[in-house]
Design a protein around this ligand. Structure first.
Ligand code: NDP
Ligand code: OXD
Length: 307
């Protein structure tokens, strides 16, 4: 029996080390050195090559290395009836909450602007921006923790999700009908949705037209949530004042992409919240043992909902 690591854009060696340090860990193999295919019971995947998961006839578990699973579910040759799990972790959630708070503070307090003034030896003080209304699209594991942290920091927070939420001090909007309303009063629109057919391109011209003029957009979900042309237009006509982007349709972002040099876009390279390799190793080994013993899995993905 063996676990196979199929990780693109992630160095598999540290995860291998953490897995092997755990008691009762089976053999760990690293793609493309899968060895005897019949041995593979569990595949840990991140941006795997399409079709490859079909090569393992005894596969019992597909475990996502990260929280998002769109790359797994979009594989047209995904083996049927193999459960999929994803990474859910307190540290992942609290890092995301910190990132979003930092993005808002950077904007409200003009931190980047003062750095530029410093570089130009210019003393020119201004006031903090006043707006403190934040709407979070996606109130799941990351959105809920981010929202609570913003409330603790004095922000007026609302969230939008599929189902209604009861979270203290956070107004809940839900369902397609309430999407426009959810952004209408927001100074900050934060996208923390999973990428699914229903949420692809959700940050678009139509939504921006219902936002408060001058709102700041923070996209930490996936690049394909954002219609890039619509953002550039909305920045140009000042419907959206500025944006903080951590995720992009193409990663790494091509060097000639207009976002790089845009004065109203603050970019980070998909670092808002990173998987802790020790934790993910523990969680996956736990689920591996559960699947072999016909026990319910932790953090299982619902393929119907696509997240
Ligand atoms: P969850 O699955 O826990 O939460 C998803 C939320 O989105 C839920 O509240 C869900 O509603 C809501 N939702 C999904 N589809 C719709 C829809 N059609 N309409 C309205 N609401 C919808 O996900 P996580 O919080 O764990 O992660 C969210 C995403 O964050 C990941 O999928 C990933 O893409 C991204 N991410 C980015 C990272 C980064 O570094 N930039 C790091 C980690 C994750 P309901 O609760 O009603 O089901
Ligand atoms: C994730 C990510 O989905 O890092 O975990 O983007």
């Amino acid at each position: 029996m063996a676990i196979l690591l199929l990780l693109n854009q992630v160095d598999p060696t540290l995860l291998e080390k953490h897995l092997k340090a755990l008691p009762d860990c089976p053999q760990v193999r690293i793609w493309p050195n899968a060895g005897e295919k019949n041995d593979i019971k569990c595949a840990i995947v991140w941006k795997h090559d399409e079709g490859v998961l079909n090569d393992f006839p005894n596969l019992k578990l597909i475990a996502s290395y990260g929280a998002g699973v769109e790359n797994i579910l979009s594989d047209p040759a995904l083996p049927e009836n193999v459960p999929i799990t994803r990474f859910v972790d307190d540290t992942l959630s609290s890092q995301m909450a910190e990132y979003v708070l930092a993005a808002i503070l950077n904007h409200r307090l003009h931190i980047t602007h003062y750095r530029e003034l410093q570089a130009a030896t210019v003393w020119n003080s201004g006031e903090f921006l006043k707006g403190k209304n934040v709407t979070i699209l996606g109130m799941g594991e990351l959105g809920a923790v981010t929202g609570k942290s913003l409330v603790q920091n004095g922000y007026i927070v609302s969230g939008w999700s599929r189902s209604q939420k009861q979270i203290e001090s956070i107004k809940s909007y839900y369902g397609d009908d309430q999407l426009r309303l959810s952004v209408s009063d927001a100074d900050y629109i934060v996208c923390l949705l999973p990428l699914t057919p229903a949420t692809t391109g959700i940050l678009n011209k139509e939504l921006f037209s219902h936002a408060k003029k001058g709102a700041h957009v923070i996209n930490v979900g996936r690049g394909d949530h954002l219609n890039e042309e619509d953002l550039l237009d909305a920045l140009y006509n000042q419907q959206i004042s500025s944006a903080t982007l951590d995720v992009y349709s193409t990663e790494p972002l091509p060097s000639d992409h207009p976002f790089w040099k845009h004065p109203k876009i603050h970019m980070t390279p998909h670092i808002a919240s990173a998987t802790d390799k020790e934790q993910v190793a523990r969680q996956i080994l736990e689920n591996y043992n559960r699947v072999l013993n016909d026990m319910p899995l932790n953090n299982q993905v619902d393929p119907e909902k696509a997240y």
